[in-house]
Design a protein around this ligand. Structure first.
Ligand code: SGN
Ligand code: CA
Length: 528
């Protein structure tokens, strides 16, 4: 396969002026996939051979985090290389992404790339910076899904979304190969987002597996006010519903999400619907015969959630296999960087939860594996990368790989030195986080915080005006964790004797980051 060459702009130093290869980028991002469900990170629950292959042939980032653990904000951070307050898209519910701002896809275009976005967009405004896009509306649908094309028209296609997205990605790569230009393809999946509707051929997959309970499944949230007052409990039938989430539908007693669930199933053709009903109706009969309550019901719901999530993931992993095979068959593996990540992590029963949002490790972390072009013109790292990285780093990385300048106002830094096996001595030792979507679904309070490379975390949950209308308890609370001794964040050390020095150090670090990134929250909650 032909490599694309481009003579670089005048501003670059003479040595970089020589013709250099502009490598392609295949960026694959799932929705709500988490490291506990990816076997190269954690073998407890599932096997993901194709995702693991990217890590085996490349690198696995073991300290990979997001800046704001929610879909829209995470995507905005990713394409701008900036924290939420700077890119303006702080939450899913009230935001509209300002597409006129500088973004990495636009800068790649300027550097000679063809860019494409396929799948979930979720930033409300019309995508900009893409030569081609085909997106799903909002969260999209798993079965016979709707697509929005560049002419603004919508159409429905027959099939399972994850498979259709791969077809579209392969078609686009085929087409764009004819242009001779380097490409950056952003393939954004719906898998493994709620409500975990499996591909029909995998309805029975994982049904013989009983997943172990995380050890803090029955957390009582002592010393952690915000953790104790959220709405993402597996145990609660309001938070995790029996029908929409667990697929046990009772027509006499539908949940608030029952109609949405039926609407999704209504998309299936009659043959697939019959297969679906045959499977889940028999589960419902068995469930009703058991009369489960309390802890037994909570554990039952956990198994349903885990199994359906694992099924959805299986189809996705198959499709990663298809994409990797395509790259090999066409020779594109030679000059294409493959990136796999998720828009954030997820709770798989830890703290008794599903969903994300909190700065606790499971959802602050996000899987990140990369495979360099096999004919990369330079040294290439293999194995684990332990430096702290964040989703604001992807934009600078892709620009760096393209030989394009990295704008000074981007907050992230290029990961290319790490991918080339370097370990820069001055690499960052701490990360900043800020979550805003409250009052909102799942009731996770606004918070910001810092996490250090040596395993300490300081978080501030802060109240806002709007919650007075919402009538919820006001929370203004700090939390401090030593992840070295308390990796599951069960013991809040803030204000406890003996931790004054650590608290002071972390406060200082937090202030440093807020100043560095210029987060206006520092005006409302100044750190002395
Ligand atoms: C939907 C889900 C929530 C989820 C958000 C955000 N509810 O609103 O459970 O937290 O998306 O997810 S649902 O009833 O519509 O399934 S995100 O990944 O897009 O940020
Ligand atoms: Ca998500």
């Amino acid at each position: 396969m032909k490599k694309a060459f481009l003579t670089l702009a005048v501003a670059l130093p003479a040595v970089a002026m020589a013709q250099r290869t502009q490598y392609n980028v295949l960026y694959i991002m799932t929705d709500d996939h988490t490291a506990q469900m990816m076997s190269c990170y954690d073998k407890t629950n599932v096997v993901t051979p194709n995702l693991d292959r990217i890590a085996q042939d490349g690198v696995r980032f073991v300290n990979s985090f997001v800046a704001n653990s929610l879909s829209g904000p995470s995507r905005a951070c990713m394409i701008t290389g900036k924290h939420s307050h700077a890119n303006g898209f702080t939450n899913n519910e009230h935001g509209i992404f300002d597409g006129s701002q500088q973004t990495m896809p636009k800068l790649l275009q300027a550097a000679g790339y063809s860019t494409a976005l396929i799948g979930k967009w979720h930033l409300i405004s019309t995508p900009t910076g893409f030569d081609h896009y085909e997106i799903i509306p909002g969260q999209g649908e798993y079965y016979n899904p709707t697509f929005i094309t560049m002419d603004g028209k919508t159409h429905v296609e027959q099939g399972y979304l994850t498979n259709l997205l791969t077809d579209k990605a392969i078609n686009w790569m085929n087409e764009q190969q004819k242009t001779g230009k380097p490409f950056a393809l952003f393939l954004h999946e719906k898998a493994c987002h709620r409500d975990w509707l499996p591909e029909i051929k995998y309805l029975r997959e994982y049904e013989d597996v009983t997943f172990p309970l995380p050890h803090n499944f029955n957390d009582t949230y002592e010393g952690r006010l915000a953790a104790g007052d959220q709405e993402m409990n597996i145990a609660s039938n309001e938070d995790m519903t029996m029908d929409y989430d667990c697929k046990i539908y009772d027509p006499a007693n539908p949940s608030r999400l029952g109609p949405t669930y039926l609407a999704y199933l209504g998309r299936l053709n009659s043959r697939d619907r019959a297969a679906y009903d045959m499977f889940y109706d028999s589960l419902a009969i068995d469930f009703r015969s058991r009369h489960l309550e309390g802890q037994a019901l909570k554990e039952y719901k956990y198994q349903r959630f885990m199994r359906d999530y694992a099924k959805v993931l299986k189809t996705f992993d198959d499709n990663v296999g298809r994409l990797l095979a395509y790259l090999d068959e066409t020779g594109l593996s030679k000059n294409t960087l493959v990136v796999y990540t998720s828009d954030q992590g997820f709770y798989m029963g830890e703290h008794g939860w599903f969903d994300k949002r909190f700065m606790y490790e499971e959802s602050f972390n996000t899987p990140l594996v990369m495979r360099m072009p096999t004919e990369y013109d330079g040294p290439v790292a293999h194995g684990d990368i332990t430096e702290m990285v964040q989703n604001i780093d992807y934009a600078p990385t892709f620009l760096d790989l393209a030989g394009a300048p990295i704008p000074e106002d981007m907050h992230g830094v290029s990961l290319l030195p790490l991918l080339e096996g370097q370990h820069p001595k001055d690499w960052r030792q701490s990360l900043y986080y800020h979550y805003y979507e409250y009052p909102a679904e799942h009731k996770v309070r606004r918070h910001y915080g810092v996490r250090t490379a040596d395993g300490w975390k300081l978080v501030h949950f802060y109240p806002v005006e709007e919650e007075n209308q919402y009538g919820a308890q006001q929370i203004d609370a700090w939390e401090l964790y030593d992840l070295n001794t308390d990796p599951h964040e069960m013991s809040n050390l803030f204000g406890q004797k003996g931790y004054e020095k650590q608290t002071k150090r972390l406060m200082k670090e937090l202030k440093k980051l807020q100043l560095q990134y210029n987060d206006p929250i520092l005006e409302t909650y100044p750190i002395k």
